[in-house]
Structures are given as C-alpha cells and as structure tokens.
Design a protein around this ligand. Structure first.
Ligand code: 13P
Length: 287
C-alpha cells in the first residue's frame, strides 16, 4: 500500500522503533526491499536520490514502477516512495511525478533561505498529501554527488525548521554517508538530545545508517529517531554476492549468464541486509 511517510513515522516514534529507508537503484533493488518488508510485516520507505532517479530514466519512471510493483506483488504493508536529499527543483518534480514523500535538503543554504524554501515545499507537498523531510546541519561524506562537511545541527535552527509544519527532520549529529572512517568519533548524543527537546515530538531522521554500531542505533531511537536511512550497506552486500558468483565461474556454467541468474545472489543479499536492519530498527511486525 503506497502511502506518505507521516503516519508511519508518528507511530514509530510513539512506539519506540524506527522505519528503515532503503535507497533503490533499479527493479531488482525495489523488488528486494518490497518483498522483504512484506515478509517482515514492516512499514518501509523507498529512498530515491536525484542521481538514482536520473539513472532510472526519471522520477516518472520510478513512480510508475513502484506503484505497479506494489500492486502486482500484493504489497499490503505501508510503503512510502521518498525523494532523498532533494533540491528545490527535484522536490517539485517528484511531487508532480507521484512520489508520496519528499526530502528537501536546504542544509547548504543559510538558515533564512532554508526556512523560505522549505516553507514553499511544505505548502506544495501538503496540498497533495505528500510528506516532507527537511535538513539542518549536514551529513558528512558524499552520496550521489551530495557532499557535506558533517556540521552538527544547531538545536534552535532545528526548532525553526520544525515549526514550518514539516513531517520529519534530518539533523546532522556526526553521521556520515558511506563507510565510517576508523577514527570516527561516533554520534553526538548530546546534540541529539538537545534537538529532541527543541523539536518537541518531531520524528527525527538518522542518515548514514551504514556501519553505525547496534548500540548507537538503539540509543538514537530512544532519543527520538524514527527513520534510519541505509544505502551503502545494500550496495556492498549486492556487490560481494555478485563477485562471489562470478569468481566461482557460475556465470559460465550452463545458462549462468542469464541476468535472472546472475543477479539472483545480489538480490538475495539485499534482502538479507534489509531484514537484518528491520530487525535491528524494531520495525518487524509493526505494519
Ligand atoms: P549510507 O549510504 O551511509 O547508508 O547512507 C544512506 C543515507 O543516508 C541516504 O540518505
């Protein structure tokens, strides 16, 4: 069932678990995430970066594929189709294309401009029943061309953005896209607590879910995180399983080169990663 992400995150925050956002890249990725969510009876958010949207030939293609796949696979758990780190123009395009949720990432603007642009996206999205995520502070590292220095979000600025009627807020707390470096200092829980207190009940979003240790994940959920984004970890699982298949020469045995066979181990690996995350985030059985 394709829905916006508002109610699923309010419920998650109230009941003390987080919904996973898993970024998709193609049909196999989408199918793997949807089937796992259904098997786990878990709500789920499909994340689409602007780069991935372009790769899949455009947001309209993505929206049509996801809508049809939810129907054809009889997916009854709540599914949100969400733009990840959207630009102002990208968010507008996704609202038109049939996404059910958008992130407008105005974190690289000054706070006044972030407030103004976020306000406009909220008005447009909410007029169509689409949920909105905004960002304050920045997520370190790089994802699909979106780079950030990893500034820790200021609690007062978070309160300003939260007051605009957004549905959930991404706040930089030392989290990084991609793999964490060996000298990573960990998440800034003091900052997270301040943000939680300043934004009163707002579901918070933890980006950079790949490689965050389980105890830090659990602690962030206890401090108001209701959505956790995972991208790189599915890519790593997919790549490792595909490499193993090819290195074992299986693509050269019988019709092992058939894409449906060649991509099957990677597909199963994505499923296993998504299931593991849903168990860790506590969303299993919460649909
Ligand atoms: P990772 O690639 O580090 O899992 O981050 C995903 C993310 O935050 C998407 O916005």
């Amino acid at each position: 069932m394709l829905v916006n992400a508002r109610d699923m995150l309010i419920k998650a925050k109230k009941e003390g678990y987080a919904v996973g956002q898993f970024n998709i890249n193609n049909l196999e990725w989408t199918k793997a995430v949807l089937l796992t969510a259904q098997e786990c009876n878990s709500p789920v958010i499909l994340g689409v970066s602007e780069g991935a949207g372009k790769y899949m030939t455009g947001f309209k293609t993505v929206a049509a594929m996801v809508k049809a796949m939810v129907e054809e696979l009889n997916i009854t758990v709540p599914v949100a189709l969400h733009l990840d780190h959207g630009t102002y123009e990208g968010a507008q395009k996704c609202i038109e294309a049939g996404f059910t949720s958008v992130m407008f990432d105005g974190s690289h603007y000054g706070i006044e401009e972030n407030v103004e642009k976020t306000k406009e996206i909220v008005a447009l999205a909410h007029s169509k029943g689409i949920s909105v995520e905004a960002e304050v502070g920045s997520i370190g590292g790089e994802e699909d061309g979106v780079t950030g220095k990893g500034e820790v979000a200021d609690a007062q600025e978070c309160a300003m953005i939260a007051a605009l009627g957004i549905d959930f807020l991404a706040a930089g707390i030392g989290n990084i896209h991609g793999k964490y470096p060996a000298n990573w200092q960990g998440l800034d829980f003091e900052a997270l607590e301040k943000i939680m207190n300043a934004t009163e009940g707002m579901p918070l979003v933890l980006h950079g879910g790949t490689g965050i240790p389980a105890d830090m994940i659990k602690k962030s959920i206890s401090l108001g995180v209701a959505k956790i984004n995972v991208n790189t970890e599915c890519q790593l699982s997919f790549a490792a399983a595909t490499r193993e298949y090819i290195e074992a020469g299986k693509d050269q045995q019988g019709k092992g080169y058939d894409p449906r066979k060649l991509l099957a181990p990677g597909f199963e690996a994505i499923k296993a990663t998504v299931k593991e995350k849903m168990e860790l985030f506590g969303s299993v059985g919460k649909a």
